[in-house]
Design a protein around this ligand. Structure first.
Ligand SMILES: C[S@@+](CC[C@H](N)C(=O)[O-])C[C@H]1O[C@@H](n2cnc3c(N)ncnc32)[C@H](O)[C@@H]1O
Length: 251
């Protein structure tokens, strides 16, 4: 397997960026497949805000969120405690080696993880193992080929291309969204539904600083400056292209 490093890291900026997500804003594509009493695995749960929303929906079922980073698990447990949601637990684990018996879950949810993996099919095969025979999986990942950015400039194009290249060098693939169906099929799943949507970020500063910080940490300060200058334009736009896929094990 190629080497793999998680590009966004765990700064407050990156964690807060994820923590604003919920099932309604980012997981709607999978909500019709979730019911009371389901046991659900949330792969790469990060700060756990989507996991907690899923737990509210499946009560008295149970959600297990896994993430290989301890700080995210600590934050997720804190969030669940503050939200008063008790049918969710969080564990440190790798998506390549899940600490669960085969056929443990009715549903698997996975938001914004596949694009960080060097071997997404290996992770999906492991998901296949722990999913019930009649279970379903829902994935969602971005695709940088669908990004809409304004106001345009060659410097801005170079900065976002550098960001995608950085993620690629770290083993990931920011252009993975369109391939989710193929990857699921390669792992043995039967794809039921593929869809795409746009998320317009609340401000250019919000997305610009998130990308700029990561480029800066890698020494690409020229691109970071471009993003920060671009983010000052009150009338600009960054629309993120999200692709979602729902698949079953035995259809
Ligand atoms: C972009 S965040 C997404 C968090 C959350 N699912 C969301 O959409 O807000 C990806 C998360 O996956 C975790 N992660 C990355 N690679 C992983 C791996 N190989 N196994 C388990 N977790 C991983 C990271 O630590 C990070 O918290």
């Amino acid at each position: 397997m190629k080497s793999e490093m998680y590009t966004p890291g765990y700064t407050n900026n990156a964690t807060n960026f994820m923590a604003r997500r919920g099932l309604e804003s980012h997981g709607q594509f999978f909500a019709p497949f979730l019911s009371a009493r389901h046991t659900v695995l949330d792969l790469g749960c990060g700060p756990g805000t989507i996991s907690v929303d899923i737990a509210r929906l499946v009560v008295p079922g149970k959600v297990t969120g896994i993430d290989f980073n301890e700080s995210q698990i600590v934050q997720a447990r804190k969030h669940a405690g503050e939200a008063g949601v008790s049918n969710v637990d969080f564990q440190i684990a790798s998506c390549y080696e899940l600490p669960f018996a085969q056929q443990s879950f009715d549903r698997i949810f996975c938001h914004a993880l596949m694009e960080h993996l060097a071997d997404p099919v290996k992770a999906l095969r492991e998901s296949f193992r722990v999913l019930q025979p009649d279970g379903m999986i829902g994935l969602c990942s971005p695709d940088a080929e669908g990004w809409l950015l304004s106001p345009p400039s060659s410097e801005l194009e170079a900065a976002v291309a550098a960001y995608a290249d950085l993620q690629q060098a770290n083993g990931g693939n920011l252009r993975i969204g369109k391939n989710l169906g193929v990857l699921l099929q390669d792992a043995g799943f039967t794809v039921i539904r593929l869809a795409a949507r746009y998320e317009c970020y609340p401000s250019l500063e919000f997305i610009g600083e998130y990308l700029a910080l990561q480029l800066e940490q890698q020494g690409a300060s020229r691109h970071a400056t471009t993003l920060r200058e671009w983010a000052k334009d009150a009338n600009g736009m960054f629309a993120q292209a999200w692709v979602s896929a729902v698949a079953g094990k035995s259809l």
